[in-house]
Design a protein around this ligand. Sequence first.
Ligand code: SAM
Ligand code: DTB
Ligand code: SF4
Length: 320
Amino acid sequence: MTAPAAARFDKATVRALYDRPLLPLLDEARKVHLAHHPDNEVQLCTLLSVKTGGCPEDCSYCPQSSKYDTNVGAEKMLDVNQVIASARRAKELGSTRFCMGAAWREVKEGPAFDRVVEMVKGVKDLGLEACVTLGMVNESQAKRLADAGLDAYNHNLDTSRENYKSIIRTRTFDDRLRTLANVRNAGITVCSGGIIGMGETDDDRCEMLRTLANLEPQPESVPINALVPVEGTPLADRPPVDPFDLVRMIAVARILMPKARVRLSAGRESMTREAQMLCLMAGANSIFFGEKLLTTSNPNESDDLAFLRDAGLGTMAPNV
Ligand code: SAM
Ligand code: DTB
Ligand code: SF4
């Protein structure tokens, strides 16, 4: 047996990067960004919740957990045709990636999973990148998704190992890592990131990024979310995230994971254009596009297209 490879980044290195003054950190992140992504293009990804609410997990940030009394109730799963119609519309508006979410703890074999597999095939037939986020998945389920043409699986670490239990009690950080390994072994690309603004420390933020950056290979896609506080969840009263904190997180993610697509994810609706621009300068090269995330709202498409045009940024062309 060979010894495991040494981790690429240690705790102190990541924290030292995170603690750099913001402007030099931004300069460095921009340099790394331009070296690996000289195109200055932003990928537009559209989200659709294909099975909303009623989730048995207790993630403190999530309006879809059945443990909390929020305005999101358990809904029936969407039909394949409804999903394909949404994907077609997303493509017409300029998205190149379509991500389908289900409020599940884990995938279970059966008609609902069969339907997700059909959704993936339909999205691929439109020429879009297909991504799903379905909770925990084992290797044979991941293989079935891969065979259907799935490009990416989203499964966020959300926070550090140390802080995980204070946010989620119904599963562990190791459960999360296991699913990421199953996805990777099935040949699907990994989309994994986290959330800031949940009361975590700077060390928690650094450790989350360090765990992601030490994955071999690194995730192809890293969503950085600012908490959208939702009435009824335990985190409903969290103060808004300081946009500079988001800029800092994105810059560190960019430097640690130069090739990844870093996605400026939830929370844009409460940010100014200037703050979003700084996030793009810090290395974000993807956004969620469309008026809705999964259950909460997002800027509308025409405002986003105007923003990108004014910022002088192109959008990623469809992969034909
Ligand atoms: N049930 C699946 C799971 O948890 O893996 C997939 C859906 S879940 C809603 C996907 C991700 O959305 C979570 O991991 C979390 O990072 C993010 N998310 C959920 N609620 C959020 C909120 N209120 N603000 C910011 N991000 C949120
Ligand atoms: C991710 O990191 N953020 C997206 C996507 N991956 C699935 C979800 C954000 C959800 C925000 C709360 C909601 O709309 O329910
Ligand atoms: Fe369920 Fe995912 Fe929400 Fe957690 S984040 S409660 S697993 S839908």
